[in-house]
Every structure is written in structure tokens, then in C-alpha cells.
Ligand binder design. Structure first.
Ligand code: UT7
Length: 381
């Protein structure tokens, strides 16, 4: 029997901070409204040079250092994101290249804000089946690039960032113990981000494009999503904890999707657990969609909120509609990594990028040689 343990974690947040007061100068809102309705004070915004893939890479590289695993030992990379730069190549393939993870399969996963928990569950099952040994699961977003900055109902909520975990196979019981994945496409119009210009979702109707909607930006019915979220957080946590053979009293910490403090408070009431058992960093990060749970996990570890043998629950919800929960036994003490060791490990990524550039160059040279020899063959005819 194989178990999938979390052995590494890492997050990355862009330097640029956008405060509620900054937003109040852009749209008709206020720090007071945003904070009392959401719990958000500020969020991070990616610089022009940063992309979803570079944020994801930074988080994954940090997680691999904690795990003390070389990128060539990684078998699988999953990036949960709603903001890929390309449909293909996937963000996961870009990360694979930046890491120099030469033996890894890589793909993106689209389940909006539930994506990280979906990815964790799939990676854990791949490990438990024996198909892979080491996997990296990343949630990464540049939400700032898909927001309508004139829509105060959405632009105040979201931010950019990335978080990652490394999962490793072991015969020691523990790790990811149970997961629940759910969806309800009939609620797709409650929260959407169109990707293809001429193909709006049929359920939105033809009026959609004529009502002044910005086509490639997030659309949301906040009140409906709020109601949906408070129901599914409580239900899926309860169901998954039961599946893991535990009770709510056995759960040390719940790391929920960071969308709104009021959603978390309502879910805590429904579950009849003290709200302090929920980890929250929404005040400083806003809603980073698929990245919010792994970033919050890293902050919780940094704040000393997880001790060996604690049971932790991750719970996500969002567009699709999708929702998901996982119960994990937190049973790893990370190795102490010295500064020199850390810096040396970063050098290998510079070398991986160099090797990748060489491979790209050699492909171009091969193509040029093939073209010129084809031309000569044509001359002979
Ligand atoms: O990642 C997954 C997904 N998303 C979520 O989880 C979001 C879930 N929903 C929410 O968090 C909340 O619904 C919001 C924070 C988005 C909105 O809070 P609310 O308490 O549900 O406000 P509301 O939409 O019911 O609007 C109340 C009032 C409205 O004015 P009127 O009609 O009462 O005059 C809005 O126009 O607040 C107004 N309003 C704002 N006022 C100032 C809406 N947005 C703003 C704003 N600043 N940014």
C-alpha cells in the first residue's frame, strides 16, 4: 500500500501591493466597504515581467528545496490555473522547462478556485496507484489580467500569486487520506471567464454580448456565489472528514479557499467549529483563486499553525461550479536547508534554463539545415 505525503511547500507573491485605498481611487468604493464585506485590506499584483508560469515556477522551486528533491526526480507536474498564458503549451510545461524536470509529465487543470484541491487529489491517487513517485501540485494565477478594472463588484476581490506542494510516495501510513470532488455545471453562469471570443456560454444567451460585458474578464453574481459557497464548504468538509474515518474534533486546522471572511465565518457556524480553526490570510492576499489554498498553507506553516500528526483539511469552491475538499495528515518535518545549500539549489534552475535554450537553438539549427538540404534537393530536380 502506497501513501502520498506532502513533503515540500512553497509560495510566491509579487512585490507590488494594491491597497483598498488605491482601488477607491479607481472605482466607486472605499476601504471600509471592502474590508467589512470581504475582510480584504490589500492584494498583490504581478509586474509586467511576471506571468502565471514564472509565479508557478518560483513557488515550485521553493517547495522542491523544502522537499529536498531534485527536479529530475519529479514524475508529474500539475498546475491548477484559470489564467494560463496559452491554452497550449500548458503553464505546467513551461514550469517543467524552467525547473529542468526532465522526466516529468505536465498538464494544466481547470477547476477555478477548487483547482488546487482537485490537483492534490489526482496527484495523490497517481502516487497511491504506484504510477508516479514524486509529484508537484501548483496553484498559480495572474487574476489582475482578467479583471474588468471598472467593475467594482469583482476588481476589489482578486489578486495574483502562486503556491505549491511536493507529494512523495511512501509506505508509511498518512499523507492525503481522503478527498471529495464535486461539480454543478448548471451554475456555470454564476461565475465565468470566457476564453474564446465568438463562443459565449450558451446559457448566458445572446444578450450577454450586447449588455456591455467585457468579453475576456471575470463575470460574477456575488450574492449567488456567496450562498453556494457557504453551503458547500460545510457539506464537503463534513463528508471528507467522515470519509477519512475522523470527526471534526480530530481536525486541527482547516485551510479554506480565501474568498471572503464572511463565507468562512458562516461555514464555521454551520460546522459548529470555532472560526479560529480556519486559517485566513485573505486580508493581505485577496482572492488568488487556485493559488489561495497553497499560499495560505505556506503562511500557516510559517505561523506555526501545523504540528506533526495534525489533521488538516483543504476546502475549495468556485467557478464551474466546482467544489472539493481533502483531508491530509501533516506528518513531515522539513529538513534544515542552509543558505549555501539553498543558493546552490537555485543555481541548478539557471543551468536548466541554459540547457533549455541550447535545446531550442539546436532545434532551430536542425530545422535550418533540413530546409537548406531540401532546397538543394529541389535544385537537383
Ligand atoms: O473565488 C470564488 C468566488 N467568489 C466569491 O466567493 C465571492 C462571493 N461573494 C461575495 O464575496 C460577496 O457577494 C461580495 C463581496 C462580492 C459582495 O458583497 P455583498 O454583501 O454580497 O454585496 P452585494 O453584491 O449584495 O451589494 C450590496 C451593495 C450594492 O448596492 P445597493 O444595490 O445595495 O445600493 C452594490 O452595488 O453594495 C454595492 N457594492 C459596492 N459598494 C462599494 C458592490 N460592490 C461594491 C464595492 N464598493 N466594491
Amino acid at each position: 500500500m502506497k501513501y502520498a505525503h506532502i513533503v515540500g511547500w512553497g509560495s510566491y507573491r509579487p512585490d507590488k501591493i494594491l491597497t483598498n485605498s488605491d482601488l477607491a481611487r479607481m472605482v466607486d468604493t472605499s476601504d471600509e466597504w471592502i474590508f467589512t464585506r470581504t475582510g480584504i485590506r490589500e492584494r498583490r499584483i504581478a509586474s509586467e515581467r511576471e506571468t502565471t508560469a514564472t509565479l508557478a515556477f518560483e513557488a515550485a522551486a521553493r517547495a522542491l528545496v523544502v522537499a529536498d528533491i531534485h527536479p529530475s526526480q519529479v514524475d508529474l507536474i500539475i498546475v491548477a490555473t484559470s489564467t494560463p498564458e496559452y491554452i497550449f503549451p500548458s503553464t505546467a510545461c513551461l514550469v517543467q522547462d524552467y525547473l529542468g524536470a526532465t522526466r516529468a509529465g505536465a498538464f494544466d487543470l481547470s477547476a477555478a478556485c477548487s483547482g488546487f484541491v482537485y490537483g492534490l487529489s489526482l496527484a495523490a491517487q497517481s502516487i497511491q496507484s504506484g504510477a508516479v513517485h514524486n509529484a508537484v501540485v501548483i496553484g498559480a494565477e495572474t487574476m489582475s489580467r482578467v479583471l474588468d478594472w471598472e467593475d467594482r463588484g469583482t476588481c476589489i476581490l482578486f489578486g495574483d500569486g502562486a503556491g505549491a506542494v511536493v507529494l512523495k510516495g511512501s509506505s508509511v501510513p498518512g499523507g492525503v487520506m481522503a478527498s471529495t470532488l464535486r461539480s454543478d455545471g448548471s451554475g456555470g453562469d454564476m461565475l465565468s471567464l470566457p476564453a474564446v471570443y465568438h463562443n459565449p456560454m450558451p446559457m448566458l444567451g445572446p444578450e450577454y454580448l450586447h449588455n456591455g460585458h467585457k468579453k475576456n474578464t471575470v463575470e460574477m453574481n456575488g450574492r449567488q456565489v456567496f450562498r453556494f459557497a457557504t453551503q458547500v464548504v460545510a457539506d464537503s468538509v463534513e463528508e471528507t472528514v467522515l470519509k477519512a474515518g475522523l470527526t471534526m474534533d480530530d481536525v486541527a486546522l482547516i485551510v479554506p479557499h480565501q474568498a471572503n471572511v464572511r463565507i468562512i465565518e458562516t461555514a464555521a457556524k454551520r460546522l459548529r467549529v470555532p472560526v479560529e480553526r480556519f486559517y485566513m490570510n485573505v486580508d493581505s492576499m485577496g482572492n488568488t483563486s487556485a493559488a489561495s489554498i497553497p499560499i495560505a498553507l505556506c503562511d500557516a506553516v510559517g505561523d506555526g499553525r501545523l504540528r506533526p500528526d495534525d489533521n488538516v483539511v483543504f476546502v475549495g469552491f468556485g467557478g464551474g461550479l466546482t467544489w472539493a475538499a481533502s483531508v491530509v495528515k501533516w506528518d513531515v518535518t522539513p529538513p534544515q536547508v542552509s543558505f549555501i545549500d539553498h543558493e546552490w539549489k537555485r543555481v541548478r534552475y539557471v543551468m536548466a534554463r541554459g540547457r533549455s535554450r541550447l535545446r531550442r537553438l539546436s532545434r532551430r539549427v536542425e530545422a535550418a539545415v533540413a530546409r537548406s538540404s531540401n532546397g538543394h534537393e529541389g535544385d537537383d530536380e
